[in-house]
Design a protein around this ligand. Structure first.
Ligand code: ARG
Length: 560
């Protein structure tokens, strides 16, 4: 039984089967108050028309002492709980035995779509694309671990006016060889050249680009073929980045996928009296919700980002009937999401829509911008991470693969260890520090515990008698054990808040607690009975760390 259940039973025993709602037992804020605390007596005071201290006292009496060594009522009605080592040992044994390391499979039978990364085609991925890719992928992994059926969708920016400029540029700004070996870099180059010409006074080039765009929109075979080629080449390059980052998508449905559904959306909006004409455009007025107005059809008759995202919701609801759709983009798109979420609700689409906005990333203290010349390509950043990591591991005999695990892990962890909502700065020294809150620090902690287990000759031995921990009186053992039991809760909290940083924080704290355990408690040198259960605890720590890193998309090599 979980502590929540045990405590809930005590509430029921004390107050009968009344609607008490969920009872929550939390780790104590300070070990001097015990191991856990429950503050729900305060919550129930109104309902029960009783003093919260009185409630807490009654619950304390009703609590099953088989599980608790000490129960105290403190302050206005807090319950401070100290668990028995028998309970601790049993719970650890259950955790160690569990195939999913205790992560509740609460998502079984539920489908969700996660829309992330979603770069624009025909452009190289740069440092600014890391956040959506890495945060989105960690959320994806976390939800899968909870048993959800996840559809990871890469909503590429693969349609729009830029394709007129690109087609014209491809035909006239590239040479034969560049066209024959088309790369995203060349596409970018011809875009820049063509876009510059489109700014010329006489407007001839600009008109020609428009004409190519119109031909594309009308299905002209040659232009469609070129457009397809651009997309294919772009996806090919994106996938090279994704494979380095361990990121996989189930679908690559770009904006263009929804092209022929947008007319229907606008019709429906008009029918439902949600959209009205205004200065030649069609708009949805959201002033009442303080969300301004959203254009759904421009005055030139074209549709836009809002129309496309509405069509996308409709399509996903009809095809998958997901419980939720999660979008991971930078926070400059907040208004866009708030607007189309509101419209989608008014249209009656029955799905929870969640925007996970993230803050800007700066690089070594400087804003990232093309003008500053520090718009670092993702490929370069990853190559540099690998190069720097190799410098670190080569002295220890590490190879290129290890350098990738550490370098890419450092890049990802920098991002994931911060609340997505905050702006972050990427700094090489911090990212690669072997101490401090970094990816390599956690990887190193993992490798160290692996080598300890190897030394004891018990790697991958899951039959270690962890329940013997019951004989271990050392406070540091208990501290580590209690912390490991929090793993499933950390995964759940990270998912509920859409913040992988909650899991990263938990892992960092756990590694610190382990490190102080290991410094203060003899493991290999303790007597036989204690030794085996302490090793079992170390092994469980290794497993928790490995699983946690996996959920963040970070490798956990056995040796560093
Ligand atoms: N392509 C967009 C960008 O680069 C992100 C798309 C996010 N997904 C969505 N359904 N709007 O900003």
């Amino acid at each position: 039984m979980t502590l929540n259940e045990i405590t809930e039973n005590a509430f029921k025993k004390a107050f009968g089967e009344l609607e008490i709602g969920e009872i929550k037992v939390l780790p104590a804020t300070d070990p001097k108050f015990g191991d856990y605390q429950c503050n729900d007596a305060l919550k129930l005071a109104k309902k029960l028309k009783m003093n919260p201290r009185e409630i807490a006292n009654k619950v304390a009496e009703a609590l099953d002492r088989e599980y608790f060594e000490k129960v105290e009522v403190a302050g206005p009605g807090f319950l401070n709980l100290t668990v028995r080592r028998t309970w601790l040992a049993q719970s650890l044994a259950n955790l160690a035995k569990s195939q999913v390391l205790g992560i509740p499979q609460s998502g079984k039978g539920k489908k969700i779509v996660i829309d992330y990364s979603s770069p624009n085609a025909a452009k190289q991925m740069h440092i600014g694309h890391i956040r959506s890719t890495v945060i989105g992928n960690a959320i994806d992994r976390i939800f899968r671990s909870l048993g959800y059926d996840v559809i990871a969708d890469n909503h590429l920016g693969d349609w729009g006016t830029q394709f007129g400029i690109l087609i014209k540029g491809y035909r006239e700004c590239l040479n034969d060889e560049e066209r024959a070996n088309l790369t995203v870099a060349n596409l970018e180059k011809c875009y820049v050249l063509s876009a510059a010409k489109a700014k010329e006074e006489d407007g001839v080039w600009k008109d020609a680009c428009r004409a190519e765009l119109v031909k594309l929109q009308q299905g002209d075979e040659a232009n469609i073929a070129l457009w397809k080629k651009f997309i294919e080449i772009s996806i090919g390059e994106f996938e090279r980045m994704y494979s380095k980052l361990g990121v996989k998508f189930d679908t690559y449905r770009g904006e263009s996928y929804y092209n022929n559904m947008m007319g229907g959306i606008v019709e429906k909006l008009v029918q439902m009296n949600l959209a009205v004409e205004s200065e030649g455009a069609l708009i949805v007025n959201l002033e009442e919700e303080k969300l301004g107005v959203a254009i759904v059809r421009k005055s030139d008759g074209g549709f836009n980002y809002t129309t496309s995202d509405l069509a996308c919701v409709k399509s996903r609801v009809e095809e998958y009937d997901p419980e939720r759709i999660i979008y991971v983009t930078d926070d400059r798109q907040k208004l866009h999401f708030a607007q189309f979420f509101s419209i989608s609700k008014k249209m009656g689409y029955d799905v929870k829509l969640v925007h996970v906005p993230f803050g800007l990333m700066s690089f070594q203290g400087k804003a990232i911008s093309t003008r500053e010349g520090n718009l670092i390509r993702l490929e370069e950043l990853l190559a540099e991470a690998k190069r720097r990591a190799f410098e670190i591991v080569k002295e220890r005999g590490g190879d290129e693969q290890l350098a990738e695990s550490i370098g890419y892990g450092a890049v990802k962890y920098t991002d994931l260890s911060h609340d997505p909502a905050t702006a972050i700065d990427f700094d090489w020294d911090k990212a690669l520090a072997l101490d401090g809150n970094s990816g390599p620090y956690l990887q190193y902690a993992h490798a160290r515990v692996c080598s300890l287990l190897a030394k004891a000759g018990i790697e991958n031995d899951s039959s270690l008698p962890i329940e013997n921990i019951v004989q271990d009186e050392a406070p540091a053992t208990k501290r580590l054990a209690l912390q490991l039991l929090e793993f499933p809760g950390a995964v759940v909290r990270a998912a509920e808040a859409y913040k992988p940083s909650i899991l990263a924080d938990y892992l960092h704290e756990t590694a610190q607690i382990y490190s102080s355990f290991y410094q203060n408690i003899p493991v290999l040198k303790s007597d036989e009975a204690l030794k085996s259960s302490r090793l079992a605890l170390c092994s469980l720590f290794g497993e928790v760390l490995r699983k946690g890193l996996e959920l963040l998309g970070i490798d956990a090599p056995n040796r560093i």
